[in-house]
Write a protein that binds this ligand. Structure first.
Ligand code: ZN
Ligand code: ZN
Length: 205
């Protein structure tokens, strides 16, 4: 089945993100799957862990209620299009791994080729720009129309549900004097330092 959100909802996601793009469309489908399985999270009941920080994370936050600010959206910088969700009340959880072939086929995408060309040559001809636009729109349509069960390989989430947001003490950095969450400070040469000051003094090269 194709995407079940109304056009109005999708338009609001696009507004929030700033533009329509394939990455955002992927995030919309991830959110759709999570909402179907676990429902919406107005508090910290549901936690999302994203292994990428691409465009799609805006759709996931906007639609599921798992947000960075509330502490129930966690980014792990692994560079994978994989998304885990946990529901605290019954420990229901799963991990979605994007199955790109389900909507773009086996071959190297002509879209990627054009992106690489633009990167190498600095710009594209007007014809190539137009072609890229068409390919991008087609790609978005494919993502929105692919059945969810084909879009993702669903497996077990590979870690326990992350703990609830914690209120931590703040320490004052001995170098800049700015108040810093204790768990983000470093001890160096007998001083307590914030990350910024630590990075300045701790130079391995
Ligand atoms: Zn985008
Ligand atoms: Zn500092």
């Amino acid at each position: 089945m194709s995407c079940s959100f109304s056009k109005d909802v999708i338009d609001r996601v696009i507004d929030y993100h700033g533009h329509s793009c394939p990455g955002l469309a992927i995030g919309i489908r991830v959110a759709e799957y999570a909402l179907n399985e676990l429902g919406h999270s107005s508090d910290e009941e549901i936690v999302a862990v994203s292994e990428t920080d691409m465009c799609g994370v805006d759709a996931i936050q906007f639609l599921t209620g798992c947000t960075l600010g509330k502490g129930n959206f966690i980014h792990r910088d692994y560079g994978k299009n994989a998304f885990s969700f946990y529901r605290r009340r019954d420990n229901k959880s799963f991990r979605l791994l994007l199955n790109r072939k389900a909507y773009s086929g086996d071959e190297e995408s002509p879209m990627t080729r054009l992106h690489l060309k633009r990167q190498e040559e600095g710009s594209l001809s007007p014809e190539d720009e137009k072609l890229l636009d068409q390919l991008r729109s087609q790609n978005i349509a494919n993502i929105m129309n692919t059945p969810l069960e084909k879009m993702f390989s669903v497996g077990p989430a590979d870690e326990l549900a992350p703990r609830k947001a914690w209120i931590l003490e703040s320490l004052v950095c001995d170098s800049c004097g700015e108040s810093t969450m204790e768990s983000r400070t470093r001890r160096f040469a007998g001083k307590t330092l914030c990350m910024t000051c630590f990075n300045k003094v701790e130079q391995k090269i």
